[in-house]
Write a protein that binds this ligand. Structure first.
Ligand code: PEP
Ligand code: MG
Length: 746
């Protein structure tokens, strides 16, 4: 075998580039390339396998194996040595392929006579394109140098594939980013949407994977890296010293940007003939492949840091900014790895849907998407590598599915579903002015949950009786600094203006747990949902709470004011919080300012403990609102953000209903108004069950008011109560089957 040198490698890369420059069919190019590589590496075999769908590789060209097996031999991801290379994105190098674990013999190729095997992935920044293999008769391991050389070649092939150099007949030779792909994620916000992809961070296109002059490429890289280091230093100098997480990320950036190993590897790639941009991508791809195997969340975070940094470097090298000048399509569906609440809010209601690779149901972005009523799918892994701006996309927020570039039949069925939903929505619109009363005559007040100014137009449109929960933290989460009192007072006042005569229940800041303010030092807590959050922060550091209640008092401008405190666990917390509010009212009055005509102060019941509070609490509190999302997670000890357990226990479980009934009873005894404002209030079956048990006020997403009212108006709540009681008497764990069965028979 000839000794491989840097100049051999450059020669090969130049030849590869020439095949790209010469007009030819994709198949011809691949054939020529396998010949070139086998010759240059001194091996008897060189084969290129490409994906024909995300699970299947197809032999697309070979020098050395039987020609009849081309486009016939196929392997599943993970199958055989080729499948293993593709699955893990790492080379396999063995002197004795048949003895290797997972080896699969493919008789049609005639490969049995070749003992040594070296396969490297053809991949580009998280995007798996295929596998490049060389084989030879003599039983020997390939040297590190040869492995490295083949990886460099594979990088060039990946860029060529991306540029459409291998187009031809059949699925495996189709243009990349043209196949339909289904992503199975999780629901962030229900609803369905059809639209076109709008990438939050568009991909950088590398048009010159091969560099002619290594010195020139090296110099370009050095200039770009110097610029990158300066930019990172500037970011560090400007960062808030209180934000430990942000500082840690920037420090990691600085570490990567100054890493000698990183620089050295890219220099070596360039010496072998890659352009500076292809060298950056090669290191980014292989680091990604390595770190993706890591289950340690810390290491995975570092992967994102390295990705961000590599993308910055690519933008510096190519001059391609985040703003590519492309026009946003008409029905944009935002696709991103993750997005902050403020950025999402900037896009606002223009978006038809949002698809994220990361995120969680309780993340700020999810909260904003919910407030904007935009369907959201989270955990759609790899979608940013697969999707291109303008691709057709269907978002099924109900099932957590995303169809990218769907087949027409899928799109057709999906459109039918959207049309049915739209029809149902318009039939709900006709109910807007009608009361939510059961056939038994019992009236249920339906309020809406809100948190942004953008929510307010829904107040009239949905026919809500008022705002049962205004989540004030959203105004804090979407800003980098704590908003000023005057700013908040103006916002709260506009909310009250928009509500007119309808009441608005303002919940004071519920931060901590998943909701970390950008301006606050994050707490390192073992279990943040049960940690220093909500009213606990308000009572321990009352400065912000005081400022917020002052803003509310001023916003009222003499109108009645309704405030509730989140996450109250005992009577003492409520009394202390209420005193802060009443003291502020007195202080404002003493200063001659207008105070609200009436102040109602309530507590959110979100911990089981409060249901067992002394009777005095129920007598003293002006009203109670059940925060079912939190109450349920603590009652069943099942994290509301953990996909594995969050749906494990049924809201209609008889134990949970017994807890609700006890709260309803105690409130009835003290004549304390009671409402339910968790997500379950917006689910029609749950809502009628709560109503049958005696809840008279429900607060929900505006879009849920129509469906909930529609069902309430068809149900005799007394009869439904009998159905529930019978199911409980029969020993059922949940009353769901009995309730849905009875409703279906009505
Ligand atoms: C709840 O816990 O049910 C609730 C309404 O509050 P949040 O969802 O904002 O925690
Ligand atoms: Mg809550």
């Amino acid at each position: 075998m000839p000794e491989r040198t840097e100049s051999d490698s450059r020669k090969l890369l130049r030849r590869l580039r020439d095949t790209l420059a010469t007009p030819a069919k994709g198949q011809e190019r691949l054939d020529r390339i396998t010949r070139l590589i086998a010759h240059s590496m001194g091996t008897q075999v060189c084969s290129i396998y490409l994906f024909r769908d995300p699970e299947t590789l197809e032999l697309c060209a070979t020098e050395g194996l039987k020609a009849a097996s081309v486009h016939q031999t196929r392997l599943k991801l993970g199958e055989g040595l080729v499948g293993r290379v593709a699955r893990f994105g790492q080379p396999v190098n063995t002197g004795s392929a048949p003895a290797e674990r997972g080896f699969r013999y493919m008789p049609e190729t005639g490969e049995e006579i070749y003992s040594s095997f070296l396969g490297v992935p053809i991949q580009r920044v998280g995007e798996k394109l295929g596998v490049l293999v060389v084989q030879s008769r003599e039983a020997r391991q390939f040297s590190d140098d040869e492995v490295y050389g083949l990886e460099v070649v594979a990088m060039v092939l990946a860029e060529m594939a991306e540029l459409g150099a291998f187009l031809g007949e059949g699925e495996a030779m189709a243009r990349v980013h043209t196949r339909p792909v289904l992503f199975r994620g999780a629901t962030g916000q229900e609803g369905s949407a059809e639209g076109r992809v709008w990438l939050h961070e568009p991909r950088v296109v590398v048009t010159n994977p091969v560099g002619d002059d290594p010195e020139k490429e090296s110099a370009r890289l050095a200039v770009a890296v110097a610029e990158l280091r300066e930019a990172v230093d500037r970011m560090l100098a400007n960062a808030l010293s209180t934000d430990a997480d942000h500082l840690e990320v920037l420090e990691t950036y600085r570490m990567f940007a100054n890493s000698r190993g990183w620089m050295r590897r890219m220099e070596e790639d360039i010496a072998r003939g890659l352009s500076a941009e292809a060298a950056v991508e090669k290191e980014q791809s292989s680091a990604r492949a390595r770190l993706e195997q890591a289950s340690d969340p810390y290491l995975r975070d570092r992967l994102y840091d390295l990705d961000d940094l590599s993308n910055r470097l690519l933008r510096l090298l190519t001059g391609q900014g985040a703003d590519t000048g492309a026009e946003m399509p008409e029905n944009p569906v935002l696709v991103a790895r993750n997005i902050g609440p403020a950025e999402l809010l900037d896009y606002g209601r223009r978006l038809r849907g949002v698809v994220l690779e990361e995120g969680s149901v309780g993340s700020h972005a999810a909260i904003v998407a919910r407030a904007l009523a935009i369907p959201l799918v989270i955990h759609a892994q790899r979608i940013t590598s697969e999707a291109l701006n303008g691709d057709a996309i269907l978002v099924d927020g109900d099932q957590g599915l995303v169809h990218l570039r769907p087949e027409e039949t899928v799109a057709h069925a999906f459109r039918d579903k959207i049309a049915m939903q739209a029809e149902a929505q318009s039939s709900y619109a006709s109910l807007r002015e009608l009361p939510a009363a059961g056939t038994c005559g019992t009236h249920i007040a339906l309020f809406m949950n809100a948190g942004l100014m953008a929510d307010l137009p829904s107040l009239v449109g949905s026919g809500a009786d008022g705002v049962g929960l205004f989540r004030t933290e959203l105004q804090f989460l979407i800003r980098n600094q704590v908003p000023r009192r005057g700013e908040l007072a103006a916002i709260y006042s506009r909310v009250m203006d928009a509500a007119g005569h309808r009441p608005v229940v303002f919940r004071t800041l519920d931060i901590g747990s998943d909701k970390v303010l950008p301006s606050m030092k994050p707490q390192d807590e073992p279990n943040p949902a049960m940690g220093w959050r909500a009213i606990r922060v308000g009572l321990d550091k009352p400065g912000i709470l005081r400022m917020q209640v002052q803003a509310l008092i001023r916003a009222a401008k003499g109108r009645p004011l309704t405030v509730m405190f989140p996450f109250i666990a005992n009577r003492g917390e409520f009394l202390t919080a209420r005193k802060i509010l009443t003291d502020e009212v007195l202080r404002e009055a003493a200063q001659g300012r207008t105070v609200p005509s009436q102040v109602e102060v309530g507590a959110m019941l979100e911990t089981p403990s409060l249901a067992f509070a002394p009777q005095e609490f129920f007598d003293e509190v002006d009203f109670i609102s059940i925060g079912g999302n939190d109450l349920k997670q603590f009652f069943f000890a099942a994290d509301r953000e953990n996909e594995r357990v969050r749906r494990r226990y049924d809201t209609l479980d008889t134990s949970f209903l017994a807890l609700l009934e006890q709260i309803i009873d105690r409130c009835a005894r003290s004549d304390t108004p009671l409402s339910f404002c968790g997500e379950d209030a917006g689910r029609p079956i749950e809502a009628v069950t709560f109503a049958a048990l005696g809840l008279r006020t429900l607060s929900m997403r505006p879009a849920s008011i129509g469906p909930v009212k529609h069902l309430i108006r068809r149900v005799n709540l007394m009869d439904l109560k009998d159905v529930i009681d019978e199911a409980r008497a029969s020993g059922a764990e949940s009353v769901r089957a009995a309730v849905t069965g009875w409703l279906a028979r009505q």
